[in-house]
Design a protein around this ligand. Structure first.
Ligand code: SF4
Length: 164
């Protein structure tokens, strides 16, 4: 992204990956917005969106701090992304989960957010969603389930271990 003031946003991550401001092609803007802002708790009153649009439209030369940046897992993430708080599952379901043997839990899929080395395990917004869901004991479903109903195997085991 030539011309942007990147110094404040550039961050060195593991494996030498450097986060830099991320301005999508105009044709991809809506996709990135849906992926990030569409699931973000800050969406209703976020000033970053207008500030990024101002940059995209040449009204400012400053890319806002803590806005969209490149990501190791997905192509883009937002440093200010905030998970939407989910509803804690019932005590009955928590008790049932606590007593479910490992072999009866949903399997941990190949791209699980809880599995080291997966894209989801290093995507900033996905990790924030995952950790919030474990902390809050709110449902986190497997991305491989086309119906988005099956619980994430990694989440089940983390909640069992009370990783909160
Ligand atoms: S904080 Fe980031 S992801 Fe959330 S609404 Fe604002 S720009 Fe979008």
């Amino acid at each position: 992204m030539a011309g942007a003031n990147t110094s404040a946003n550039t961050m060195l991550l593991n494996r030498g990956f450097v986060r830099e401001p991320f301005l999508p092609d105009p044709a991809r803007w809506n996709d990135v917005y849906d992926m990030l802002c569409g699931h973000c708790a800050n969406k209703a009153d976020c000033g970053l969106i207008e500030a990024m649009l101002a940059f995209a439209q040449g009204r400012t030369r400053e890319w806002p701090e803590n806005a969209w940046v490149t990501d190791l897992g997905t192509s883009a993430t937002c440093l200010s992304y905030a998970p939407i708080r989910g509803e804690t599952i019932s005590r009955q379901r928590l008790d049932a989960l606590a007593h479910t043997p490992d072999e009866a839990l949903p399997h941990v899929c190949g791209g699980c957010a809880a599995k080291k080395g997966t894209e989801a395990s290093v995507a900033l917004h996905t990790q924030r969603d995952y950790r919030a869901a474990v902390r809050d004991q709110s449902e986190f479903t497997c991305h491989e389930d086309p119906e988005n109903k099956r619980l994430c195997g990694g989440w089940c085991r983390a909640v069992q271990r009370k990783e909160v």
